[in-house]
Every structure is written in C-alpha cells, then in structure tokens.
Ligand binder design. Structure first.
Ligand code: AMP
Length: 215
C-alpha cells in the first residue's frame, strides 16, 4: 500500500505519517526531512537548498525527484507514505513513472483540508522534540513544564523550524496554492483522490484516514 498525504504546510501530514509508521509499519518518505538532513550535514546539495528552504520556496524538481528515486531504489517496505512529495505536477508524473518502474501502484491520495487561518496559527506555535520528533503546539499541546518529552521521556531539547515564521510561511502558502494545489484536480481526475477534514483533533483525523484506507 503506497499513499500520498497531500495538504498545505501545517495540515498535519507529518503527524499523521508518524501514526501510520507506528501502527502499520509503513515507511515515511518526507522530502522536507531529507532536505533538512542534507542541510544539517552540510552536503553540497544541503548548501544549495538551504537558502531556498529558508525562504519557503520550492527546491527544484530534479533534486527532490532524485531523493525519492534513491529511497525507492534502496528501501524495502510494505508501503510508503509520501509526505510533502509530490508538490508539483512534474513531481507527480515522475512518481507515477518511478512506481511503475518498480511494478508498484499508488493506492490512495489523501487530501487534508485545513483553512488558512488555522494553518498560520498551528505553524507559528509549533515546536518539535529534537530527540524523537514529537510535535508540540504552544496553544493545544504545550511543551511539558518539566521540559521532558511525553513521548520519548528523554528529550529535553525542543526546536522550532527556521521556516516556521510568518514571512517564510506566506511564501510556503503561495507556493502551495500556485504549484501544489493543482495536484488535487490531477489526482481527482485519475480517480485516486480522497478528501478529509484535517482541522479536527489529531485522533479524529487519524480515524478519517483509517476509514479511507479501509475502503
Ligand atoms: P516540509 O517539511 O514538507 O514543509 O518542507 C520544507 C521545505 O523543503 C519546503 O518549504 C521546500 O522548501 C522544501 N521541500 C520539501 N519537499 C519538497 C518538494 N517535494 N518539492 C520542492 N521543495 C520541497
């Protein structure tokens, strides 16, 4: 089972992908995580993408398609969750070709709908445990008072993404509407799209995704 989680920044794609990894043993392929890792380890590619990411713009199709190709060639999994990929029509076509080459199919595309005001509120309040990646929110799920992550217990460092600021977020939203939102029509026309309400509590969203996958 291979699926795409599609939605604007802050829709909760990463959080839901983590649930699917924990509960179904699927493998999450987040191009954002891969690019951040490349940036942090100072590789040549990381240096090229750092400024683009800080601004909230999209990295070139060539780079992200290359990252996904490499993962599909090297990682064995019962299913992949594509999180933050594809983000353009060219990436969507490339994914379809890559899966076909591997004799695999795309089984579901789940569009997570969240209104823009909620996205801005979520993103500017978000913090992540540096140890395990658990996501916190200043308003709805604050960092525990004792400074220890409720998930891994050991984490005591919480980070905020450099591009989770209002200016970069404006660019990220604009990129989403200009380049990524056409994928909703693309997958609808292919008969692969399911749409869920991404605004609710994370367990409600999780249940909505489970219902789509059970179909
Ligand atoms: P994310 O963690 O998915 O929000 O991605 C963070 C940033 O990485 C984005 O704002 C882009 O700069 C870059 N990025 C991640 N995935 C892609 C992609 N599929 N295509 C282009 N740029 C991407």
């Amino acid at each position: 089972m291979n699926l795409i989680l599609l939605g604007p920044p802050g829709a909760g794609k990463g959080t839901q992908a983590r649930f699917l990894v924990e509960e179904r043993g699927m493998v999450q392929l987040s191009t954002g995580d891969m690019l951040r890792a490349a940036k942090d380890s100072g590789t040549e590619m990381g240096q090229i993408v750092a400024d683009v990411m800080a601004r909230g713009a999209l990295v070139t199709d060539e780079i992200v398609i290359g990252l996904i190709r490499e993962q599909l060639e090297t990682v064995k999994a019962s299913g992949f969750i594509f999180d933050g990929f594809p983000r353009t029509l060219a990436q969507a076509d490339a994914l379809s070709d890559l899966l076909a080459e591997k004799g695999q199919t795309l089984d579901a595309v789940i569009a997570m709908e969240v209104d823009d005001e909620a996205l801005v509120a979520r993103i500017t309040a978000r913090a992540t445990c540096a140890g395990c990646g658990e996501v916190y929110n200043d308003n709805t799920k604050p960092i525990p008072a004792d400074g220890k992550c409720t998930k891994c217990g050991a984490g005591n460092k919480f980070t905020r993404r450099a591009d989770d600021n209002e200016e970069a977020l404006r660019t990220r939203l604009m990129e989403y509407y200009k380049k990524t939102s056409p994928l909703i029509g693309y997958y609808y026309a292919k008969g692969q799209l399911s749409t869920i309400d991404g605004l609710g509590d994370m367990n409600e969203v999780k249940a909505a995704i489970a219902a789509v996958l059970a179909d």
